[in-house]
Design a protein around this ligand. Sequence first.
Ligand code: CA
Length: 713
Amino acid sequence: MVLRSIRPVPIAVLTMLLAACSGVEGSETSLGPAAIDQARLEAAGKDDDNWLTYGRTYDEQRYSRLTQINDGNIGELSLAWALELDTARGQEGTPIVVDGVMYTSTAWSKVVAIDAATGKQLWQFDPENEGSKAAHACCDVVNRGVAVWKGRVFVGTIDGRLIAIDAKTGQKVWETITVDQKKPYTITMAPRVVRDKVIIGNSGAELGVRGYVSAYDTNTGKLVWRFYTVPGNPKDGPDGAASDAILEKLARPTWYGENYWKLGGGGTVWDSVVYDQELNQLLIGVGNGSPWNHKWRSAGKGDNLFLSSILALDPDTGAYKWHYQINPGETWDYTATQQIMLADLKIDGRDRKVLMQAPKNAFFYVIDRTNGKLISAKPYARQNWAEGIDLKTGRPIEKPGVRYDNGPALVIPSGIGAHAWMPMSYSPKTGLVYIPAMEHPLVYGDADPFVIHEGRWNTAVSFLDPPAMPGLPDTVEGRRKALESMVKGKLVAYDPVTQKPRWEVERDWPWNGGTLATAGNLVFQGTPHGDFEAFSADNGKKLWSFQTHRGVLAGPITYRVNGEQYIAVMAGYGGSMGMASGTPFMKNKMPNGLVLAFKIKGTGKLPPYTPIPQPEPTPSNETFTAAQIATGQKGFFQFCQICHGGPVNPNLRRSPLIADKDLWQQVVIGGALAQNGMASFAAYLKPEEAEAIRAYLNQQAKALLAEEKAKAR
Ligand code: CA
C-alpha cells in the first residue's frame, strides 16, 4: 500500500489508516470506500484529501484545512472539469469524495460516481421513481446527498426508499421502503451513517404526514429503531417505537383536538441529523406542524412537542436524551430542521460544548449540547415576530398579532425562512459562521374554514394577495410591490460568541447557495444568477467569480487528488423558491444541471450554453365569465402556484396548453404528463374547476403578453 499524500501524516492517523486498510484487497494506490468506517469518519477532520460525510466531518462544520488554493492565488482558480447531468431540476447535493472518487446524488434521487480528477463518470444509478411522485414533493425532486460506508453508497429516494449501492459497481445491494407510500411522504435529505446504522428521516409536513427518523442496519437494511417526533391517533395505541414512552409523557399533553393526528401533525426530520462523537448522541432537527396553522392543528393551544425542536437521541437505541424547542406552538412553518453544527467555543471565559443552528425563524441559537440548555440567541437576519428569546425559559417573546388569529399578519421571515437547507460553514481560524441568509415577508391569513385536501398542500394558511392592513399601501398592486421590495438575501459572517455579524454581503435575491470555509482564508458561495463566488473569509472582500449559467445553490466542497486541491459544487436552480416564487431576472429556460470542479490553472470547459428564452404567451380568444376567472384564481393559488410559480416548472401563463380546452383536461384531469411529474388532479378538481383555472390563466396570459409587448416597444 502506498499513501500518495505528501503531507506529513501524524503517527496516530497513520496507524488508524493502516488498521482500517488491513482487510481491504487490491487497494494498491488508494484505500477506497471499503475502508470508510467509524474510526475513519471520526478522524475526517484530519483527512485533508477527502470529504467523507455530508458536512465533511461529524460536527458538520464544512471547513477544510487545505491551503493550496488561497486568498493569494485565487485569481488563477479556473474550471478543471464539468459533468453535465440529465435534468434541469434543482441540484442540492453535497458530493462525497473518497480517495479520488466522487459520489453524489442528483435530482430524482439518482446517484453518480465520478473520477474526481478528470470528471469522467464511472457509473450512474437510477432508482426509477414514478414521475408522478413529484406532486408530493413540496420543494422539487431534489436530493441533498449520499453517505458512504464500508464499500456501499446510501441514498434516500423521492418515493421514500433507502437504497444501498455497491460503491465499485453502482449495482443495488439492498433497498427498503421507509415510509407508507400511500401517504405524501418524500425523502430529499442525505443519509448519515453512525456505528453501522444508516439514519434517515423524511419530508411531507406541508401535505400532511407524521414525522419520524429511522435507523437501518447498514449490512442488511433491517430497521433497528424508529423515533416518531409527534404523537399519533391516541386510539391506535403505542407505535412499538423508541419514542413510545416519551411521547406519552412529554409530548401528548401538549397537543389538543383531532386535526393533528388526522393530518399527521408534521414534525418531519427532513434535513439535519448530526452525530456528536464526543457525547455519543444523535442530534436531529424537527420540522414544522401539519397543518402549519396552530389554531387548526391543535385548537390554538399547547406547545406541540416535538415540533420545531432539536432532539438528542441515543444512536444505538433511539432513546430520548433531551430536547430544546425553538418555536413552541409553531404556526409559520418555522422548522428547526436547519443544519446543526457542533463546536467547542470559549464563551464568557468558559469552554463550552455547543451546537449552533440558524433556523428559519431568524435567530442564531448557541445551545449547550451536554444538556440542551440555551446559552444565547440573537437575530442573524431581519425579523419582526419576536422581541427576543428569553434566556431563562428558552422561549421566544412573541409580538402581539403574529399568530394571525385576529386578522392577517405580515411576518418576516416567511415560511421560506431566514435560512433554509443551504449549508452554512464555520472557520475555526476566523471564528465565524458563514450563513446563507434570507429576507422574505409573508402575509399569513387564517384559511377559515379549513378544508382538508388529502394528498395536497394542507397548511390552513391563506396565501392570496395581501389584504389591506396597517403599514402596507391601500391598493393590491401597491401591497404586492411593497412586499416584493422587501425580498432579498445576504451572506452573513456571524460571530457565534458575541452573537453579532462581523461582515455581510448583500444579495438581490434570497435563494443563494450553501457555503464552504477553508484555511486558505476563503469562503465560497453560489448565487441564483449562476455565479460561483469566493470571498475573503476574514473581511468579506469578493476575490473571485465564475459564471455557470444556472443557479448554484448546493453546498460546495474541497478535496485533494494527486497532490492538487480542487473546489467542487453542483449547479442547477430549484428547491422551494425555484418552484413557487417568480424570479424576474430568469428570462430563459433552465439548462441541465452540472457538477463542476475547479483547480489552480484548470483548463476545463463548460458544455456549450445557448440561452433558450421562455416561450411567448399564446392565450386563446375564447371568452370566460368573471365568476369562472374568480374560481380559477382560487384554484390556481390552492393547487398550481406552489409548483408553477417559479422558473423550474413550466410557467402556465406561457403554456400553449391553456389555449386548448381538451388537451388541458387530458393533462390536469387525465394525467397525460404524469411521468414528467404532473400528476392527475382528478381527486381534487372537477373538470369544470380545471376549466376555471384555464380561464384565469388565459386572462393572466393576455395581461402578460400586453405587458411584454409594451416593454418591447
Ligand atoms: Ca415546511
